[in-house]
Design a protein around this ligand. Structure first.
Ligand code: GTP
Ligand code: MG
Length: 566
């Protein structure tokens, strides 16, 4: 097929343009209305004109290598027939124009216009054919070797515009019917006529379409018939002068520059996107650093925050000591001498559970404080992310619906620390020895007092009133002494217990310190995950950019290799 090199370059360019267009479409690269995509697919139009029966249809068949156009000794082409690629069908486009679609590869690149003879009896076809001749890539004016003097054909050629004439060649058909020595004479004559009628000598090709068709149809190509057809020079002319014409080359160059410009625009778009993503990455890192700074300042302020826990601790110590004092009252103490005394265990249990509540209350308040700080910070972060990245980062991950869960985790962490913190106080079993000593002395005095009362009763019964009264007085004194001891020891025990507990306050707060710090770190880790969605989207955008960059690079390389063939 003529123009193979041209078509190979054109197809490669057209394929690249499609791929580049696909990539541009994917990234919504705006079209440049001032640079429309060059049309590469326009096939080359070859038109054949000449007298009836001159061999126009056969000439086109010789080019295609198939019996595409009906040909025969009687006038066959009675209307203008435009052969194009497509599913086999003939469609009348107007009275004298038929569009013939044929599923033949040759027609992908060439469109062929077959016309009735210039001297045909059918009128009006010239008006249909002439516009095609004006924009055809090649007009073949066909003469027969037997009679190349046909006036009607020369008249038709004379009507062509200089522009169309520059794309016209003369064909002397059926040279196989002539002797070899006649051909130069005919060609000389044709040249003279061309000069005379047109003022210039057009390219002239002596051909035998019959042999060309025969050569192309035989498998392998019949070399002898091919030589006799003289189609080699003719097709070479079509390749060089028609397919590789300045106009066509210009279209290829335009397409190449269009593709190159689009790739450059894609590259700069990707570059902007890549830099934008890097900047976004930095921007997010800065926000994360802000979050870290907030966390660090919260950690630094942790001892101060734990001061609040210490306050609550002290308040609870006062309450527990008041309750201890109540239990150490004289009558209650006396009653417990007979019922058994569980004061130490009860007070310590109450103390432990109160401390648990202290930790819980403190943790809830502290979590609320930290979450509020995060939430407040997020209120400044969110609009910045929206403005900078055009992405909606969503809600703060420690506030809103998540608040309760985050608080519960923080509280649980501190509650877990309480038994350890209490163990560090070493207040368990402190009360017990105090209480046992007190109860022992109270029991002794109470026992002595009771025995004196019993003795007084016995003396009274035996009539020794004097003795009875004395013993009774002594017993009252003993009970009085016991009451004084009870009062004094109660105050002492309460004071000693209070002092012991208060001294342990700092130890208790210290016991919470590590878990409190860890709680803060975990809470801020949760908070920093507020940016996860944005980070994920950024990573997805980066991941999508990479293969596009690679595609753009390989398209550029492919385009460069086409440039060498241009
Ligand atoms: N010997 C010989 N005969 C040819 C050659 N080309 C065409 N013919 C014959 O010439 C006659 C006319 O051929 P066509 O191709 O139909 O001519 P045409 O110009 O298309 O004729 P119309 O369409 O009727 O105007 C047919 O009988 C062909 O077989 C050739 O190269 N050598
Ligand atoms: Mg014909």
């Amino acid at each position: 097929m003529p123009g193979e090199r041209y078509f190979a370059v054109r197809d490669r360019l057209s394929e690249l343009l499609t791929w580049i267009g696909d990539l541009a479409g994917e990234v919504a690269l705006e079209e440049e209305p001032e640079h429309p995509v060059p049309v590469l697919s326009r096939p080359i139009l070859i038109a054949a004109v000449g007298e009836v029966n001159s061999g126009k249809s056969s000439l086109l068949n010789g080019l295609v290598g198939e019996a595409l156009c009906p040909s025969g000794p009687v006038p066959l082409t009675t209307e203008v027939r435009l052969y194009r690629y497509g599913e086999n069908a003939d469609r009348p486009a107007s009275d004298l124009l038929i569009e013939c679609r044929r599923d033949i590869d040759y027609l992908r690149n060439f469109e062929l216009l077959d016309t009735p003879g210039t001297n045909s009896k059918v009128g009006g076809h010239a008006e249909v054919a002439d516009p095609f001749l004006e924009h055809a890539d090649l007009v073949l004016v066909v003469f027969t070797a037997e009679n190349p003097w046909t006036a009607a054909t020369w008249d038709a050629v004379s009507r062509l515009s200089p522009e169309a004439l520059s794309r016209t060649a003369l064909v002397v058909q059926r040279i196989d019917l002539k002797q070899a020595q006649d051909i130069p004479i005919i060609l000389g004559h044709m040249r003279d006529l061309s000069m005379k009628r047109l003022g210039q000598v057009l390219p002239i090709f002596p051909l035998s379409a019959k042999y060309a068709l025969e050569a192309k149809r035989s498998e392998p190509v019949n070399g002898e018939a091919w030589t006799l057809s003289r189609f080699s020079d003719f097709e070479h002319f079509i390749s060089e002068r028609i397919c590789d014409s300045m106009d066509r080359r210009q279209v290829l160059h335009d397409a190449y520059h269009h593709a190159a410009r689009k790739i450059r625009r894609l590259d700069s778009l990707f570059d902007v996107q890549r830099r934008g993503m890097e900047d976004d990455g930095w921007f997010l890192s800065n926000i994360e650093r802000e979050m870290e700074a907030l966390r660090d300042s919260s950690l630094e302020a942790a001892p101060e925050a734990l001061g609040a826990a210490l306050e609550r601790y002290r308040g609870e110590v006062d309450r527990i000591v008041r309750s201890l004092k109540k239990r150490l009252g004289w009558w209650r103490s006396l009653a417990r001498l007979f019922t058994g005394d569980g004061t130490a265990a009860e007070i310590e249990t109450t103390f432990a559970s109160r401390m648990q509540e202290v930790a819980t209350g403190f943790a809830k308040d502290d979590a609320a404080r930290l979450i509020d700080a995060c939430s407040k910070h997020w209120d400044t972060v969110r609009p910045r992310v929206v403005e900078r990245m055009g992405l909606e980062p969503g809600p703060c991950t420690v506030a809103g619906p998540e608040r309760e869960k985050v608080t519960a985790r923080f509280v649980a962490r501190l509650e877990k620390a309480v038994p350890q913190a209490l163990a560090g106080l070493r207040v368990r079993g402190v009360l017990d020895p105090f209480m046992r000593r007190r109860n022992a002395s109270l029991k002794g005095f109470t026992g002595i007092g009771l025995m004196l009362v019993i003795g007084a009763g016995a003396c009274g019964t035996l009539g020794n009133q004097q003795m009875a009264l004395t013993l009774l007085a002594v017993s009252v004194a003993v009970f009085g002494l016991a009451a004084v001891i009870a009062w004094v020891t109660a105050a002492r025990i309460a004071a000693a217990y209070r002092e012991r507990l208060l001294a342990g306050g700092a130890t208790f707060a210290d016991g919470l310190k590590a878990d409190h710090g860890e709680g803060i770190r975990f809470l801020f880790r949760d908070y920093s995950s507020s940016l996860i969605e944005v980070r994920r989207q950024l990573a997805a955008a980066k991941a999508a950019l990479q293969p596009r960059l690679e595609r753009s690079n390989s398209l550029y390389i492919a385009l460069k290799s086409v440039e060498l063939d241009l």
